[in-house]
Design a protein around this ligand. Sequence first.
Ligand SMILES: [Zn+2]
Ligand SMILES: [Zn+2]
Length: 336
Amino acid sequence: MSKMKVVQVPKPGADFEIVEREIPEPGAGHVRIRVQACGICHSDVMTKEGLFPGISYPRVPGHEIAGVIDELGAGVKDWKKGQRVGVGWHGGQDGTCLACRRGDFVNCANGKVCGISYDGGYQEFMVAPVEALARMPESLSDVEAAPLMCAGVTTFNALRHGGALPSDLVAIQGIGGLGHLGIQFAKKSGYRVAAIGRGGDDALAKKLGADVYIDSAAMDPAAELQKLGGAQVILATAPSGKSMSALIGGLGPNGTLVVIGASSDPIEVPPMQLIVGKKRIHGWAGGIPTDSEDTLRFAEMTGVRPMIEKYPLLKAADGYARMMSGKAEFRVVLTM
Ligand SMILES: [Zn+2]
Ligand SMILES: [Zn+2]
């Protein structure tokens, strides 16, 4: 079998290294995917720095994959060679734990994460279990589809389960890798969209579909949301518990702060602020492959697309550094 180029993390905290490996054979219940594009997500830091328990090294990061099935393992029936697929964070479930028996695969007690439990998309070919596969529409390009497999499904799925109805006020906090997709998904879902940024993001926010722009550096975003009647949903994408705490006062009655920006500093709220108006704080984790399929279909139907910067696979270290700098606009995508 011929060789392939692989970008791996040799041990926690080490630099990326480019190596050649044998192209892997898929085992039973698995497929081999020819990777066409792979987004670089901030959560790849977990693999790079060893922040997720139980990772074995060397490990290949990457959980925003768009590719084509290239080989089928034993027993794989419902997938075909040549079929376009995506793989995201949810890398498979055991199907037997209590959560799985209840059909709640995202909460599988033994869930696998692509790029953490097994090698992900920073390579020319990868092997994935069929439970991790999402069918991908033909009309989406690989580089545009890849970021929808994590950033896209996370924002879309969080919004559609947030409890807002069309015409309700929905605020998107942060205009970055998650937020720029959140604004688009919210607008196309029929919400009245308030984008909360810092400084001069006004024109960009409006271009993405925001009806209102709130500059949190110049005004109190909670007070501004209350002037608009209070938000039914605030999608908090900026990884800062402190900045999320400052938004809770912007919720309307029965409103929900939906938390998708991962940070370790606490969200602080006086209990009375939640009790009056029956407000909620709700954490949200991406979704399963069928959620990704819904995300891809919705993007295809409505024209929602990520804004991307492309790097070739062998420049993965540069692409990762660009993502970590916080200056990328807005998703970095590796091309093969
Ligand atoms: Zn991700
Ligand atoms: Zn399970």
